[in-house]
Design a protein around this ligand. Structure first.
Ligand SMILES: *Cc1c(COP(=O)(O)O)cnc(C)c1O
Length: 393
């Protein structure tokens, strides 16, 4: 596993550079650290491994540095949910292809999106298709299908998506109006079950068949898991399953596949550096919490690893024990639901490095109670690791 060894070396090097930063500047506010090399490698693994075209779901992390690195690496198609996301993408890449795959929009948003030249729109009900009005020839309209099934950490099917019956009617209507009819779905975020994609692809083939529509493209959504370990192997398996299902269920002319990962593209590419403000009895109050970059922890544990470091870039000593984690605000809801295992000697002023924190982290930060930072530093612009910090972590 060459890729795994490279990742480990990169992680070791990045940890040392971050430890050097901590020892040098003792940051008191939360810091997000972008690991450009990891982002480039992840983007390349999607571009090479996915059996179709790759877009990036901007909402997972919209910072300009990330969009820029993705464009430089060859990802020039973006799933956007709002006009500001479209503008953020176009500011980095004026020719980017935009997929406006939020199926519900206001009339004003539709007008602005048309002016911005959206290439693909998604719909999950007739009233929203009607609202789109005339679209330029060749514009894709992707009918969003939902099977209301589980298999993911956080189900997306409960909010958006048409049943197979409604999707059939919609697909027919899209074709009748002269737009390019395609299908899209989202199996739910952090989905580890290959059968979820296979079932959706089978259902898509059935919908297209019943609608009597040839599908030029099928968008299999995001939802790819970010797993700190075994992630690459699982992703390969998902890609193979998707490719095989596409061939099996569309034996004559398989549609061009699209994917739109958010989480899996950026999770490993950002680490968070948080600080312990105060230790109580089995309790740590950190300088960031659920109103900040830990927002997603309210709904589910995020696959990540917490590494405790002293302010002098030494590992914190002691056997791991569970700590209740509170954020800095005065709201008692500002608490991570499940305890974190951290070394017993962790104390005021120590740091916690959280790996795998690039998705739905800084994107969710609020200024509540005067806290919340979106300070994102690029690791490439940081000093080389100092000798005494090489051992850290
Ligand atoms: C959020 C979202 C994605 C990305 O989902 P991940 O689970 O982060 O990969 C992709 N497509 C659409 C339409 C979304 O809303």
């Amino acid at each position: 596993m060459v890729a795994g060894a490279e990742d480990n070396n990169q992680a070791r090097f990045d940890r040392a550079r971050i430890a050097t930063l901590i020892a040098g500047s003792q940051p008191d506010d939360p810091l997000a650290i972008l690991r450009p090399e990891v982002l480039r490698r992840t983007a390349q693994s999607f571009l090479r491994g996915f059996p179709g075209q790759v877009s990036y779901a901007v909402k997972a992390n919209p910072v300009p540095d990330i969009l820029r690195i993705l464009v430089q690496t060859g990802v020039t198609v973006f799933d956007v949910a709002s006009v500001p996301e479209m503008r953020a993408v176009r500011a980095i890449c004026p020719t980017a292809r935009l997929h406006y795959h939020n199926p519900v929009r206001s009339a004003s948003e539709i007008a602005q999106a048309k002016a911005l030249g959206v290439a693909s729109w998604s719909v999950d009900r007739m009233s929203e298709l009607d609202k789109l009005g005339d679209l330029p020839k060749g514009t894709e309209v992707a009918v969003r299908l939902s099977l209301k099934r589980g298999g993911a950490a956080y189900d997306f099917g409960s909010k958006f998506g048409a049943s197979p019956d409604v999707a059939t009617t919609l697909l027919r209507a899209v074709a009748a109006r002269g737009m390019v009819p395609t299908l899209t779905f989202h199996p739910g975020t952090q989905c580890t079950d290959p059968a979820s994609w296979a079932d959706y692809i089978a259902a898509s083939a059935e919908v297209a068949e019943r609608a009597g529509v040839h599908l030029p493209a099928l968008n299999v959504g995001g939802g790819f898991p970010s797993l700190p370990r075994g992630g690459a192997a699982l992703r390969e398996r998902l890609f193979k399953t998707i490719e095989a299902a596409n061939k099996a269920h569309f034996p004559n002319q398989p549609p061009l596949l699209w994917c739109e990962p958010g989480r899996a593209m950026v999770a490993e590419a950002v680490w968070l550096v948080l600080r312990v403000k105060a230790r109580g009895d089995g309790v740590l109050t950190l300088n960031d919490g659920l109103y900040g970059a830990l927002g997603e922890w309210r709904d589910m544990p995020v696959p990540s690893r917490q590494i405790a470091l002293t302010a002098h870039c030494q590992p914190v000593l002691g056997k791991p024990q569970p700590f209740t984690i509170f954020g800095p605000t005065c709201d008692s809801l500002d608490r991570v639901p499940d305890p974190w295992m951290l070394p017993s000697q962790i104390t005021d002023g120590d740091y916690i490095l959280i790996t795998g924190a690039g998705a739905y982290s800084t994107a969710l930060v609020t200024p509540f109670n005067g806290y919340g930072t979106t300070d994102l530093r690029n690791l490439d612009s940081m000093p080389e690791p100092a000798g005494q910090c090489r051992l850290a972590g």
